[in-house]
Structure formats: C-alpha cells, structure tokens
Design a protein around this ligand. Structure first.
Ligand SMILES: Nc1nc(O)c(N)c(N[C@@H]2O[C@H](COP(=O)(O)O)[C@@H](O)[C@H]2O)n1
Ligand code: ZN
Length: 399
C-alpha cells in the first residue's frame, strides 16, 4: 500500500484557502497569462535574483524583488538566508527615495507578519510605492493573501499571478514544506536502458555521462540534504559532495539502524560537507563514538523509517531532501510517501543480468493497474543520456 500525501489546508480561512489552492495549482484549472510582457520580464529578473541564494534559504523561500520607476530599474534585492531581511527590504534600500511612486515586482507575496523580521507590507506602504506586482500568493498560513489585502487596504494597486508557474516552480520545495509539513522528497537515480543501476557484481562507475554527473552536482547544491542508506555507503562508498567550491553544501545523511558501517567510509573521512547519521536508540555505541570523533553528527530516533527521517529533517527546517539511495530504501521511501518527485537519468547502455540491481525495489505490485503513474512528466537530453522528470500525484485535504 503506497501512502498518499494530503496537503492540510485546514489552517486557512475559506478565502485564503482558495487563494493558496489556486497559487499552488491544487484543484485549479489552467490559467491565462497575467500582466504585460514587461511585467513578465521584470518577474523573471526577480527569479534570477532569487536563484542567487539557491540551497541557502530554508526554511524560508527563494525570493527576488525589483523596483521600477519611469520604466527603469532603480533597486533590486533577494532574500539571502533565513534570519536576514526579505528581498523587498534589500530592493527598497537600493532604491532609496526613488521607491516613492514606483512599482515593485516581487516573486512571492509580501509578508504581513512579525517573524524573524518585520512585515514587508508595512515597509512598502511607508516607502510610498504606488504598485506591487506579485508572482504568487504565499502559502504560509501567516500570510496567505494577508499581505495583498493589507497593501490594497492602504490604497496600493496590486497585480497578482505574473509568471506564477515559474515562481511556483522555483519554490516548489518551500510550498511542499508549508502544505505537507515535510520536506519535498526527490528520488534521483541513474540507470541503463534495461533498467539496471549496476552490474551483477555491483560495479556502477559510471552508468551515465560526465554531463549528467555534473548536472547531479548542481542538483545537490539546490537541496538541503542528500540521504542514502547503509548499503550505499558499504557498496558505493560515495562522497555526496557538489564538487563546486562556491556552492551550498547539503547535509549528507545516512540512515542505518544498526550502524554496521565501514570505519573508513569517504563520508566520515572528508570534512568538505557536514554529515549526519540517523540510527535507532542504543545502536552500536562504539561506532557512534568513532563517528563523533570524526566530526559526524549522530541522532538516535525511536524507530528509523523514511517517514520518521523526513519528519526529523522537517523539524530541522529543511525544505528539500534528495534520495540517492539503493532500490530497497527507495521502495520503502516511495511506499511511505517520502518521495514526491523523480529524476531518472537513463543511459543508452544495456548490461543485462536478471539479478543486477534496479533503482526501485519491490513495491508488492502484481498487476500493471497498481503501477504508480507520474504526472507533469518532462524529459530532455543531458550529454549522451536522457533525464526524465515527474511527480507523484498530490491532493489537497481541505475539509
Ligand atoms: N515576500 C517574501 N520575501 C522574502 O524575501 C521572504 N523571505 C518571504 N518569506 C515569508 O516570510 C516567512 C519568513 O519570515 P521571517 O524571515 O521569519 O521573518 C516565510 O515563511 C515566508 O512566508 N516573503
Ligand atoms: Zn517580508
């Protein structure tokens, strides 16, 4: 039985629930283009700015802002990390007095609450902006349309939904975290044309091309954590780094119930990225001591399952987790609803072998009608390989 994740929309008022459902594409029909071509260009610039903080803002979203006066950009900003000012504040600082009577473009609805920082809605009102163009409604129940309502109540013109799909795409992990109270789980694997991730002897270096492997390093830099099981550490001895000096370094997470892991794994011998081992209460105290001496963090959970691991990483403020595990753990993560998105690199190679490992282990299905179908499927060529991407269906629980 595969778990179906429900978005809990019960914390919203009836009005904000509709706004959020529409913004995040739950229960809503396709929409027409909103705003002019110039509005679209400015919003895409906001997204470009927001991307400068990729991987560094969790639990906060990626947000960019641009201020335009008389057709010219007079201020820009983006949110660099949680605890620091929001994108709008940086843009207002850059624009100074030129913000009065100007239009501000912002990829996410301005906030209207006191969090780690004061409400941007009030900052925009005080700065005297004439118009606010918003990419998407903020699904955070503390905002959820409240920022837009506050600006309109102050007499400011507000246009909502410019390049909404692109704004949503950039913050899909933040949106998922808010709605489902779990990080977005992304399962990534590389397999041959005949569906194998290694030969029968376990050799897997390399299934895909150099270009595909570089793309994986870039993907890692956008995620908060990369998770594997003990088997992957024993068989592949991975580094799980981004290999890029300047990039964000996601937390490397190993799930191991008994800590029957090699003492000299690359993960504990390389300090280039932080490492966390999740285990169960009282597991192998000697090995725990060895890990701690190597600077590896160890956390004992009462029971170690993919969902428990995701619940723990949610509490730590993570928005996105990349599953780079073997087939058995991948099947269990899918079955527990810990995977929402799949990225499959397919190499045009055939290695054969009926016992060679496959990317997803047994899900207990016996008929094709039980197969899990992905939606919003896209594919493109990367080097000599094909990257197929899709999502498991999600639903809103809005009674
Ligand atoms: N519009 C907007 N711009 C930004 O730059 C942001 N970071 C946000 N974030 C929203 O506010 C919440 C975080 O508030 P604090 O940073 O703790 O004050 C976050 O959950 C978003 O809802 N919004
Ligand atoms: Zn704000």
């Amino acid at each position: 039985m595969v778990a179906q994740a429900d978005a809990s929309l019960v914390n919203y008022t009836q009005e904000s629930k509709h706004l959020v459902e529409s913004a995040v594409g739950l229960n809503s029909p396709p929409k027409e283009k909103i705003g002019s071509d110039f509005d679209s260009r400015m919003m895409l610039r906001c997204l470009e700015l927001a991307r400068r903080a990729l991987g560094r803002t969790s639990p906060n979203p990626l947000v960019g802002a641009v201020i335009v006066k008389d057709g010219e950009i007079v201020g820009e900003g983006f949110h660099p990390r949680a605890g620091e000012p929001h994108a709008e504040v940086f843009a207002l600082r850059a624009a100074g007095d030129r913000a009065r009577g100007a239009t501000i473009y912002v990829s996410l609805e301005p906030c209207n609450h006191y969090g780690r920082t004061p409400p941007c809605s009030e900052g925009l009102i005080q700065a005297g902006v004439a118009k606010v163009v918003v990419g998407m409604v903020d699904p955070n129940p503390l905002v959820a349309g409240g920022g837009i309502a506050r600006l309109r109540a102050a007499g400011i013109e507000v246009l909502v939904g410019v390049e909404e799909a692109a704004c949503h795409q950039l913050n899909e992990a933040f949106v998922h975290r808010i709605l489902y109270k779990r990080p977005l789980g992304i399962l990534k694997y590389a397999m041959t044309l005949d569906g194998k991730i290694a030969t029968t002897s376990g050799h897997s270096a390399w299934v895909t091309s150099q270009e595909a492997r570089s793309e994986v390093h870039q993907l890692r830099a956008t995620c908060d954590a990369i998770i594997v099981g003990g088997n992957t550490v024993r068989l592949d001895n991975p580094y799980l780094t981004t290999r890029q000096v300047e990039a964000h370094k996601p937390l490397r997470v190993v799930m191991s119930r008994h800590l029957n892991l090699p003492e000299n794994a690359h993960l504990w011998q390389t300090a280039d990225a932080p490492t966390l081992v999740l285990t169960e209460k009282g597991a192998n105290p000697d090995f725990q001591e060895l890990l701690l001496k190597q600077g590896v963090e160890v956390v004992e959970l009462t029971s170690l399952t993919p969902d428990k691991a995701m619940a723990y990483l949610y509490e730590r403020g993570f928005c996105s987790v990349l599953w780079e595990c073997g087939g058995t753990l991948a099947a269990s993560a899918i079955a527990q609803g810990a995977v929402q998105k799949v990225l499959a690199f397919i190499a045009p190679k055939i290695i054969g072998g009926s016992i060679a490992p496959t990317p997803v282990g047994d899900l207990g299905f016996t008929t094709m009608t039980e197969a899990l179908s992905l939606e919003r499927v896209r594919w493109r060529v990367v080097g000599s390989d094909c990257l197929v991407e899709g999502y498991f269906p999600q639903k809103a629980n809005s009674q």
